[in-house]
Design a protein around this ligand. Structure first.
Ligand code: NOJ
Length: 752
């Protein structure tokens, strides 16, 4: 099949790296310049649409050795067929990479990443990535474009849904867990796939939250707040990285040598390969960086190894080598990195490693995976309000599930679930019925369209995510809903965003519940019956009105394929909610960007004030969020004791233990995420008022008290200073522990 490879594998007794080097040296010695450049291309299969590009003549190009991998082709049989073309019909038989946007599950879909992060459960997050890898690899995929680790602090940006929120420490832990989950034991087994960390770098810092917009930030903010998750993923051994669309310090990331080579490879030691994001290379023409030949050269010279769909490497690099604009050495380096990835994935040993035709039926969307997804979904929900302990509901009587999100299959999984099969996914109502059996009588009505503006609704439900716009008038829809509600003991309002209102190219300037749905909610509340708002959203929304008027709010994000059952599990008390927000919910869009780890400024407000003249504030709204980072309620209550320190001072090699007692003072057993924050009081640069430095998710039985301890050492106190050196500066620090970033107990220590 692949003679050179077979020979080398049979005879070598040296280290794995030198075996790989020797194998690739040998292979590359047979490759023409055109074939080397051929490896640097990732055309699209054209089947799953994730952008505007179209790739033509793919089969012919594969035979000519002009393709390194294929984007978003679904189905193991077809993938096997295409792999066969590459292996049997191209001159050197080099196997292809098959990459797909497997972002939060393959066919078994887990909560959107923002929801997943609210579990604060690294084991669960790793498991979700593991299952995604098992299913994707069973269906022929060996490379996923995940994890997306972009920090985001601006809820207007639709892609906030795809990341892990606003915090670099938590984001780094999650980035590591995801890479471990996908790549497992170094991509050796046939159910372990290569991760692609994205979008390098700073994509979540888009100006005004408008997608693809310019990013311009200080190195201070960059290194302290935005870079840590990318670096953590590199340290965890991620096999590939995706360049961001935006510019970084005036140069688009896709052509930014400082970013792709100096920082990523030279400083961080990344040894995988870098792929452009979609047409990111040719988009540099519009950025104003030159013509197609210029930008392709800029990109490969910067350290981008593979061109996703823009065909600019293919069309121009031979010429650029001839003209001396790109060295052959640079092409060799990029080609070698792609071949190394294929080697590490074991594709030279067995190009059909991921093409076992028996696997999909056993492993894709199987009962075992769906059960895990149901548990994780329930763990991702965040209880925002529960006045008078209206929740949990009792399993009896009649419950009316009303709203445009009640009966849609396609909107359950959430954005970026390209492999999901919508017709297999239960609607909210179907899932609830399945979970509750005949204990509860569930009745339902649509109640309203997504919004009154039909054109907006169309933009918000693209790519097969339509809610089926109802031709009845608002009044007819509402009347029907009220007739249904009249028969119920409790109303569950299934309201919020459609799944395509967040994700790529779904930035919004207004973040309130859309007009028709707010009207429906008001009418439901006017019935006087208990109303529980089951909120669907891919981002923080502005919920002042709902917070004031609705007794119970359960934020379910987009919970994935098992949303319906998981919602029933939580609403009816089989699962006590434990999700905590990883992104701040603002009171007003005007506060954005809003995040807990802000600086103090020279004019902070005095404790307890929300406005003072000549202080840093607004005259119309306080600086406070509606719901702070780390916030989330439980059916039980937890009481925190004071923070006790093992010592009040330490030296630079020392360690202090901070302990709190946490008592479950309510009626239900429950999980609590105990959070540790630290503030550096005086430093050579201004430091945030608090930064998350640790957390522990603990199960505490009703009435039980647990002591939770965190060890604090100097490593946790380091930051990037003005010169971007990662330093520790001695002095005083406040340590704060509590249930969220607002309600904290604190103590002070000194490091000498
Ligand atoms: C563009 C998106 O930015 C990226 O996240 C995705 O992986 C690619 N398209 C491929 O679909």
């Amino acid at each position: 099949m692949f003679a050179a490879g077979t020979m080398l594998f049979a005879s070598c007794s040296t280290s794995p790296e030198s075996e790989m080097d020797a194998f690739i040296d040998d292979l590359m010695s047979k490759m023409t310049l055109e074939e080397k450049i051929g490896q640097l291309n990732l055309p699209a299969s054209g089947e799953i649409i994730t952008g505007q590009a179209k790739s033509s003549n793919v089969a012919e190009r594969i035979r000519k050795g002009q393709v390194g991998g294929l984007l978003n082709l679904k189905g193991v049989e077809r993938i096997r067929e295409v792999q066969k073309q590459a292996v049997e019909d191209s001159r050197l038989g080099i196997p292809l990479l098959f990459g797909m946007d497997v972002i939060h599950g393959y066919e078994t879909i887990f909560p959107i990443p923002l929801g997943l992060s609210c579990t604060w459960n690294m084991e669960a997050i790793e498991k979700s990535a593991r299952i995604a890898a098992i299913e994707a690899s069973a269906d022929g995929i060996c490379w996923t474009f995940s994890p997306m680790v972009d920090i985001c602090r601006d809820a207007r940006w639709g892609r906030i849904a795809e990341g892990s929120g606003e915090d670099p420490y938590l984001g780094s832990e999650i980035a590591r867990a995801m890479v471990r989950g996908y790549q497992g034991d170094g991509m050796k087994r046939n159910d372990e796939i290569m991760a692609c960390v994205k979008h390098f770098a700073l994509y979540g810092g888009a100006e005004a939250g408008r997608d693809y917009n310019t990013v311009d930030m200080s190195r201070q903010r960059m290194f302290n707040d935005f870079m840590p998750p990318y670096k953590a993923a590199v340290e965890e051994g991620a096999g590939s990285m995706m360049a961001a669309f935006n510019d970084v310090d005036g140069i688009p990331a896709t052509g930014n040598k400082w970013l792709m080579t100096d920082l990523l490879r030279n400083d961080w030691g990344f040894d995988g390969f870098v792929v452009s994001d979609y047409t990111g290379v040719t988009e540099m023409v519009d950025h104003g960086m030159g013509n197609i030949q210029d930008v392709a050269a800029l990109s490969v010279n910067a350290g981008v190894d593979m061109d996703m769909v823009s065909d600019s490497f293919m069309g121009t690099l031979v010429q650029s080598v001839k003209e001396g604009k790109v060295s052959e050495e640079t092409i060799n380096t990029a080609c070698r990195r792609i071949l190394e990835a294929k080697y590490k994935l074991g594709l030279f040993e067995d190009p059909y490693k991921y093409c076992d035709l028996e696997r999909p039926a056993k492993q894709v969307f199987c009962a075992e995976h769906r059960e895990v997804a149901r548990k994780i979904a329930a763990e991702s929900f965040v209880l925002l309000k529960n006045e008078g302990n209206i929740l949990p509901l009792q399993k009896k009587g009649t419950v009316a599930v009303i709203g445009p999100l009640a009966n849609t299959k396609a909107n359950m999984p959430g954005t970026w679930s390209v492999a999901a099969v919508a017709q297999n996914i239960p609607t909210l109502v179907e899932g609830m019925k399945h979970a509750l059996g005949d204990k509860v009588n569930i009745i339902t009505a649509k109640g309203s369209n997504l919004m009154s503006d039909a054109a907006y609704e169309e933009r918000a439900t693209m790519f097969g995510r339509s809610l089926g716009r109802d031709n009845r008038t608002d009044k007819q829809l509402l009347d029907e809903a009220l007739r249904v509600a009249a028969k119920a003991d409790v109303i569950v309002a299934a309201i919020g965003e459609s799944s395509e209102m967040s994700g790529e190219c779904s930035s919004r300037t207004e973040l309130e519940i859309p007009d028709t749905q707010r009207a429906l909610l008001k009418a439901l509340l006017n019935t006087g019956k208990p109303v529980v708002l089951t909120l669907f959203t891919g981002r923080p929304l502005v919920l002042n009105w709902e917070h004031k008027n609705v007794p119970a709010i359960l934020n379910v994000w987009f919970g994935g394929s098992e949303t319906g059952s998981a919602v029933a599990d939580v609403l009816f008390g089989d699962v006590n909610p434990s999700g905590k927000l990883t992104t701040t919910f603002p009171q007003s869009v005007g506060q954005l960007p809003l995040f807990y780890a802000h600086k103090n400024t020279g004019r902070p407000l005095a404790e307890g004030k929300w406005f003072e003249k000549f202080r840093s504030n607004y005259i119309d709204v306080s600086n406070d969020p509606l719901y702070p980072f780390g916030y989330g309620l439980s059916y039980t209550t937890f009481e925190y004791g004071d923070v006790k320190l093992s010592a009040n001072s330490m030296d630079a090699n020392g360690e202090i233990t901070a302990t709190v007692s946490v008592k479950n003072t309510g009626k239900y057993d429950g999980n609590e995420v105990v959070q540790l924050y630290i503030r550096d009081l005086v430093a050579s640069v201004t430091r945030p008022v608090k930064e998350l430095k640790g957390f522990e998710k603990v199960f505490i039985k009703a009435g039980e008290t647990k002591e939770i301890s965190f060890k604090i050492n100097v490593e946790m106190l380091k930051f990037y200073n003005f010169d971007i050196d990662y330093v520790f500066e001695p002095g005083d620090f406040d340590v704060m522990i509590g249930p969220n970033s607002r309600d904290l107990k604190s103590a002070r220590f000194t490091v000498k």
